[in-house]
Ligand binder design. Structure first.
Ligand code: FAD
Length: 496
């Protein structure tokens, strides 16, 4: 540990952001880089705990105190080597991870946690700038061929690892370009797409082949893949959105969040926003824009926040966000022993940019004009009662609180149910679990179909990028063991 007293001398400091008035005029990232001095102080805060809970908090098992120490000593090569030993894509997690490692940071018991996510981003960006990131080509080819279906973070991580183990990997992606939700869901202001393109180019240099516009189960036959490949990894994500079946749902102006976000992500890259329609989407071939509109976002997670940020950038007149649940506490309560209880009120950077947030509200109906266009929402306040564990469990409508609010664009951001079943999964005949996700062994990642494995949101349900990368890596190891009888690939269990 470079500076044993660092945590007593320095306080937590995040890098600055571009001011709201400036950043809402474009879609670019807006979080600045640390100065060398700031980075040095922030990495010095790590206490190198006897039992560093951050390792376990991170689904990848990132070896955090060690890379903090290397950053403090400005040994970038060492810091990068430590980071890449557990994480294929720190440039993604360093930008958009909710950082469960920080929630687990021991310093968080009585001081704000180490800024692990930002330090991670700096390590990988400095590594790229210093030319330390080189294609990791396998030294030997095994002669085995693996198809990965889906190019989100789970598919990319599985492909990277399997290629590294020497297998010939082909990634099938139904969309125009690789990246999954990194490219088409998460907006540029959180993750600019050159970051995804830089990584995809590196994977191509390493030997991974990408086949886009390849919708397996639609224009690519699953049986052909089963014949051609020694193993298949299903990494198609959880893409069927939760709907809101209330009167007026069919009105023009009511959309699934992903239909809206995907269009803007395409527009940012001069790609036709209407050129590609997903099977489960209700896009009717229109541009979904919020310019000059009153917008309501229904749902309070990452997807909802991204709709808030995108609506403001498009020039919405007002942006309101409704959450069904009551407002969580702003800070951990006295009886909550965890350093930073994950359920406390989370405010995203998009909320800083202008958004009225309302809690414990249900939407009863969408109200339209004579042309069938959305003009208002009928809403009602909810009164929640808590269960034995103190969490809200039941609600009833507050008498006399039904009212209408003006709204011409409503976005449904209430999560995702499961992967799309039609096409790939039905044709394969793969077993599903009770939630409709692909069933696979907890540790084996193997489905009921011989030589077919699965990882990421398709297996675990809607989750996080860091979990998708972790699942891709762990699944790759199991595929490697299946193909070779043993594996050269790292596993999280070995890191802890
Ligand atoms: P995906 O990223 O969904 O990728 C699946 C890919 O498979 C897609 O490209 C799809 O086109 C392709 N595919 C599916 N079926 C087929 C087929 N039959 N043939 C060929 N290709 C197919 N997580 C965070 O950690 N931080 C965030 O800030 C964050 N923000 C989010 C914002 C939004 C709007 C959304 C929707 C999610 C967000 N998440 C965030 C969650 C995160 O993006 C996902 O958990 C993660 O991308 C899942 O990775 P995946 O590889 O399993 O699936």
């Amino acid at each position: 540990m470079g500076k044993p007293t660092g945590f007593m001398e320095f306080t937590r400091e995040l890098p600055g952001k571009r001011p709201v008035e400036e950043r809402v005029k474009d879609y670019n990232e807006f979080i600045n880089r640390y100065s060398d001095e700031q980075l040095n102080k922030q990495s010095a805060r790590c206490m190198n705990c006897g039992i560093p809970f951050c390792h376990n908090g991170c689904p990848l098992g990132n070896v955090i105190p060690e890379f903090n120490d290397a950053v403090y000593r400005k040994n970038w090569e060492e810091a990068y080597d430590i980071l890449k030993s557990t994480n294929n894509f720190p440039e993604f997690t360093g930008r958009i991870c909710p950082a469960p490692c920080e929630t687990a940071c021991v310093l968080g018991i009585n001081q704000p946690a180490i800024t692990i996510e930002e330090i991670e981003k700096h390590i990988i960006e400095v590594a790229f700038e210093k030319g330390l990131v080189k294609p990791q080509k396998p030294t030997l080819r095994t002669g085995k061929k693996v198809a990965v279906i889906g190019s989100g973070p789970a598919g990319l991580a599985a492909a990277a690892q399997l290629n590294y183990a020497g297998h010939q990997v082909t990634v099938y992606e139904r969309d125009e370009k690789p990246g999954g939700l990194l490219r088409y869901g998460i907006p540029d202001f959180k993750l600019e797409k050159w970051v995804v393109e830089r990584r995809v180019a590196l994977l191509e240099e390493e030997g991974v082949v990408f086949k886009c516009h390849s919708n397996v189960g639609v224009n690519v036959r699953v049986n052909d893949l089963l014949r051609e490949y020694h193993a298949i990894v299903l990494a198609g994500g959880s893409t069927v959105p939760r709907d809101l079946a209330i009167p007026g749902r069919d009105l023009n102006g009511v959309h699934f969040a992903m239909d809206f976000l995907k269009q803007q992500n395409k527009r940012n890259y001069q790609s036709d926003p209407l050129a590609f329609k997903e099977i489960e989407s209700n896009v009717v071939g229109e541009n979904i824009l919020t310019t000059g509109k009153n917008v309501v976002v229904i749902g309070g997670g990452d997807t909802g926040s991204d709709c808030v940020g995108t609506s403001n950038r498009q020039g919405a007149v007002s942006v309101t966000q409704f959450e069904l649940l009551p407002k969580p506490p702003a800070q951990r309560t006295d009886f909550m022993p965890w350093p930073s209880y994950p359920m406390v009120l989370k405010t995203s950077t998009s909320h800083e940019e202008g958004c009225e947030r309302h809690w414990a509200i249900a939407t009863k109906s969408f109200i339209g004009d004579e042309q069938g266009n959305l003009k208002a929402l009928q809403i009602v306040d909810l009164e929640w009662s808590s269960g034995a564990d103190g969490r809200p469990s039941q609600f009833k409508e507050v008498a006399g609180s039904v009212r209408e609010i003006p709204c011409e664009r409503a976005f449904l951001a209430m999560g995702f149910l499961h992967p799309q079943h039609k096409g790939l999964l039905e044709e394969l005949g793969v077993d599903l679990d009770e939630r409709g996700n692909v069933r696979a062994g907890e540790k084996s990642f193997q489905t009921n179909i011989p030589k077919v494995f699965t990882a990421g949101d398709m297996r675990r349900g809607q989750s996080l990028v860091v979990w998708a990368i972790s699942e891709g890596r762990e699944c790759a190891r199991k595929v490697d063991e299946y193909l070779m009888g043993q594996s050269v690939l790292e596993t999280k269990d070995a890191m802890l």
